[in-house]
Design a protein. Structure first.
Length: 305
């Protein structure tokens, strides 16, 4: 690979983006990264990447840009506003957009990137920070065959599974929105269930053991309840992420006149948890909300106090 073919710009070095950058470095890419957080930039440098002063700086010499920011607004900033990454990329470069957003935003961004002479892959991700660091993410991707071909070397380094869902940007984002509806509902239900079990004076460690071997189990129950049992709310995925993502789900449902009563109830639980001051904590903190409302003591309650 030449310089352009072997250099990837990663914009957004949070728990997902930094893991993805490390996976790219292991695969032999040169990674130029940008984040507003200086600690994240140091972590990239420690891993062997190049810390850059702006998205534009990160794009120099790259023909693949991976955008791993929080939402559509941040994606728009790094793609189109001052010091944007697109204008500094190599000719024919591809942008892999990973943030959860509405299908309409994905289609709009794809058109505007195309006007600048670059390709766009609508590539939202799932799997969490551990899989990001292991190069085992799931990509729900859509875009032109040319965009897939240009992105493939980076996808090979970052993904365990790539679903090619269609030629039109927006399809991948639609799949991700369905995933986030289910994920948010399952987290909220798991937190409600384990708090309810505590209110019944059950040993919640034993409840976890039994439920994970029973029909009521879910991936989210199995993944999130251990955080509650440990009283460890270090954010692997923050409450605010689901306030945002279920908000997008709700907005889409309202525009399409499609009822989403279960998703809306889950959204309100995340909103209440964030309003209670836990927005930056792990999304399993919904269980702490139930504990605060009902006077229960979950593990780690002394630290909370």
């Amino acid at each position: 690979m030449g310089l352009q073919e072997s250099t990837v710009a990663v914009i957004g070095l949070g728990s997902m983006g930094l893991g993805m950058a490390r996976s790219l470095l292991r695969a032999g890419f040169a990674v130029r990264g940008f984040d507003v957080n200086a600690t994240a930039l140091r972590a990239l440098t420690d891993a062997g990447g190049i810390a850059c002063a702006s998205p534009a700086d990160a794009g120099v010499g790259a023909n693949i840009a991976v955008i791993v920011v929080v939402n559509a607004a941040q994606t728009q900033t790094v793609l189109f506003e001052a010091d944007n990454v697109v204008d500094s990329l190599a000719e024919g470069a591809v942008v892999i957009s990973c943030a959860t957003m509405s299908p309409e935003d994905a289609r709009d961004f794809a058109a505007r990137v195309g006007e600048k002479g670059a390709l766009y892959l609508d590539g939202p991700i799932s799997g969490g920070s551990v899989k990001a660091g292991d190069g085992e993410l799931t990509f729900m991707a859509s875009g032109s065959p040319e965009a897939f071909a240009a992105a493939q070397p980076a996808l090979d380094a970052m993904a365990g599974t790539v679903y090619a869902l269609g030629d039109e940007p927006g399809i991948g984002s639609s799949f991700k929105i369905v995933n986030q509806l289910l994920a948010g509902v399952h987290i909220a239900a798991a937190c409600e269930a384990i708090a309810f079990a505590k209110s019944l004076d059950l040993d919640i460690s034993r409840v976890f053991e039994v439920i994970t071997r029973s029909a009521g189990n879910s991936w989210m129950f199995e993944n999130r309840v251990p955080h509650i049992l440990d009283g460890d709310y270090t954010p692997r995925s923050a409450v605010s992420i689901f306030t945002k993502d279920l908000g997008i789900v709700s907005d889409i449902g309202r525009k399409r006149k499609f009822p989403l009563p279960i998703g809306s109830s889950a959204l309100q639980l995340f909103v209440m948890t964030e309003a209670a001051g836990m927005g930056r904590d792990d999304d399993s903190s919904v269980a702490r909300l139930f504990a605060k409302i009902t006077g229960l003591e979950l593990p780690g309650a002394e630290e909370d106090a």
